[in-house]
Design a protein around this ligand. Structure first.
Ligand code: PLP
Ligand code: COI
Length: 338
């Protein structure tokens, strides 16, 4: 293991030893290549640079107390990337190739997987880009699929602590029938100004309402939203939010813990009725929400400074499954290193 200050890592990039790459040429995927170069050599007219043919994924590897290394729901990430590929006309990366490359890159960089005690993890970032030169707006003929890893600490400072979010009405992340449900870089470009605006006012992140009517809850920056009331876990159904794998898992865990689960449009007026609220995602895990401030109307929705009892149970169960300390009833984890 590398001698790093695992407990003080931020959610940032750190160089590791290897990345893995696979090229799509002449209508088929090639062999997996192992590479130690952090840089890419790209044609200046590549479609990823001009027309946004770029998709990514995010998952983590966990060093567990039983000494094994596990990854979480890798098939779901492969399938979401395939859905993104359909969305922006790129060739699908087969699930087996995706999974093999994830395992390979984790094993090759195992010295960078943080210790269990540190609470840090190895973030895995698959990236798919169109590489052939086009000047007209057309999909690329050639693609590069690659994966790098980097050790990360919590996305929000402090980890499982409450954060304040700002409802922004002057920015949309994605249109109702746009690319919000796909994991493409353009959505994140569209979120940067809103993020800087909210962060500049001291908020953990920006919070989006639906782009069309500004009536319904969409997403919390780079995470999904959930609220809990009357023994029910409620999360928005919307065509413009990313289908979060963490949220999908929490819906199942909520049901396993005896909560009812509802996935439906959530009007802003419902916010004051929630007993607990949180943001969830691979990076955020669960990040409980202390307060949601609507910066334009001045309304404030307050949920409290301490994580609520259901959010805590959900968090502990999810983390327990990821770290192999709670039974993995649904077969979500894959052991990558025994
Ligand atoms: N929403 C957005 C916009 C995201 O970027 C992410 C992170 O991937 C999520 C939600 C959470 O998704 P997941 O739980 O699959 O990481
Ligand atoms: C996630 O993986 O949960 C993310 O939201 C990725 C983010 C850093 C863009």
């Amino acid at each position: 293991m590398k001698d790093l200050d695992w407990g003080n890592l931020s959610f940032g990039y750190m160089k590791t030893d290897y990345n893995v790459r696979c090229y799509y040429r002449d209508g088929k995927w090639g062999e997996i290549e192992v590479c130690s170069d952090e840089f890419l050599k790209l044609h200046m007219a590549a479609t990823c640079l001009h027309y946004g043919q770029e998709a990514f994924e995010g998952l983590k590897a966990y060093r567990c107390p039983d000494g094994k290394v596990r990854i979480f729901r890798v098939k779901d990430n492969a399938e979401r990337l395939q859905s993104t590929c359909e969305g922006i006309v790129m060739p699908k990366v087969p699930t087996e190739l995706f999974e093999e490359m994830v395992k390979k890159v984790v094993r090759l960089n195992q010295e960078y997987i943080p210790t269990y005690e540190s609470g840090a993890t190895l973030y895995i970032r698959p990236l798919l880009i169109g590489t052939s030169a086009q000047v007209g707006v057309h999909p690329s003929k050639e693609y590069l699929f690659m994966i790098f890893v980097t050790p990360v600490g919590p996305y929000f400072k402090g980890g499982f602590v409450c954060n304040k979010y700002a409802i922004v009405r002057d920015y949309d992340r994605a249109a109702p029938l746009g690319t919000g449900r796909y994991k493409v870089g353009g959505n994140y470009a569209a979120s940067l100004r809103a993020h800087m605006y909210a962060a500049g006012k001291g908020y953990g992140s920006e919070f989006y309402l639906d782009a069309k009517e500004k009536k319904y809850v969409d997403e919390c920056g780079a995470a999904n939203f959930f609220g809990i009331k009357n023994g029910t876990y409620i999360t928005p159904k919307s065509t413009s939010i990313l289908p979060s794998i963490t949220n999908k898992s929490l819906m199942q865990i909520a049901e396993d813990l005896g909560l009812k689960v509802e996935r439906r449009p959530v009007p802003e007026e419902e916010l004051p009725t929630f007993e607990e609220a949180g943001a969830c995602g691979t990076a955020a895990v669960i990040s409980p929400i202390s307060e949601l401030d609507d910066l334009d109307t001045g309304k404030k929705y307050v949920f409290g400074d301490k994580p609520g009892p259901w959010s805590t149970k959900l968090y502990n169960t999810l983390r327990g499954i990821q770290y192999g300390t709670v039974e993995d009833k649904h077969g979500w984890t894959t052991v990558v290193i025994e």
